[in-house]
Ligand binder design. Structure first.
Ligand code: MN
Length: 128
């Protein structure tokens, strides 16, 4: 069972928080600081789940999700994508889902919610 998670996020505080939280549960975290790098890493690495910030400095998370779903790498058609965004505006969840994300989480990130959402797709290698 794989346990590699790719987090596409430009905010270093969120990146560090999620890295610590997921590594504490035994997951391996790959980090991409913008959307284009995120798509490239999804294509070059074997990832079991993607956490996707929506507000990114280059292309937005919706576009990242569309590119991942339309990738020539067939596993990316089905890899779970969890959207994470600070935008509380109505319609964001729907936009994320229609772009190809599976579920949606609001910022600020709640660690217990993060664990639960991730574990729903990828069982924790090691609960601590
Ligand atoms: Mn951001």
């Amino acid at each position: 069972m794989g346990s590699t998670i790719l987090y596409i996020e430009d905010n270093p505080d969120n990146m560090m928080l999620v890295k610590r939280a997921l590594e504490a549960r035994g997951y391996k975290l790959l980090q991409a600081l913008n959307g284009v790098k995120g798509v490239a890493m999804a294509e070059s690495e074997e990832v079991d789940l993607i956490l996707l910030d929506i507000n990114l400095p280059d292309i937005d998370g919706y576009e990242v999700a569309r590119r991942i779903r339309n990738s020539g790498k067939s596993s990316l058609a089905y890899v779970p994508i969890i959207a994470v965004t600070a935008n509380a505006l109505k319609g964001d969840a729907e936009k994320a889902l229609s772009a190809g994300c599976d579920v949606y989480m609001s910022k600020p990130i709640n660690i217990r919610e993060l664990w639960a959402r991730v574990e729903a797709f990828v069982p924790s290698p090691q609960k601590s």
